[in-house]
Design a protein around this ligand. Sequence first.
Ligand SMILES: [Fe+2]
Length: 225
Amino acid sequence: MLRLASRTAPAWTALALAHLDEILLDHAHCEKKAAGAALTLLFQYPDRAELQAPLAALAREELAHFEAVLAELAKRGLVFRRQRASAYAGRLRSASAAREPARLVDALLCAALIEARSCERLGLLADALAEPALAAFYRALHAAEARHHALYVELACQVAPQAEVVARLAELAVHEARVLAELPALPRLHAGAGGALLHVAERAEPLEQHRVVHGRVGGLGGEPR
Ligand SMILES: [Fe+2]
């Protein structure tokens, strides 16, 4: 269950489908960055034993997805190259607390929201794509992003009490929705065309209890909304 505070506008899907090559390239970058983000947390928090195995497994899975998207690019004759990044992640993380352990909780929850937005948009692409093979590819990755979202929330709950995590996640989700709405509309998984803020009742509540299985990422989350 995703905990986003806005729903992507249909204009984003139309823009993405019109620039599918750009989206695929951006997606490859996103998978690589997701692996890097998990590794960065491993290096920043070597004293947090509970994070090590889940984040190592997550980094491996993200890299496997990176390789899968690279293969998809190659199949289409597209070359992986540098791409102008969206300001999304930097602006999202700018709301993070400066002091520990709130800083770590925020880092985990920002990662959870990035995964949630990827999940939502990969699902939109899976529903809209005319090519069955590519739609199936995105459907599978959509489910993976939902698990990654759940994992990050679950890890935050190991750092702070669940009630605090739920409250902070709701705050950061509103911030995420505003950041997205302010960004220019670009064919990127994390750029503009976010919709209006959802009413609180429309957001996923309460937080379901998950169990971390050390070293495994799979099987942690529920189905995405
Ligand atoms: Fe992911």
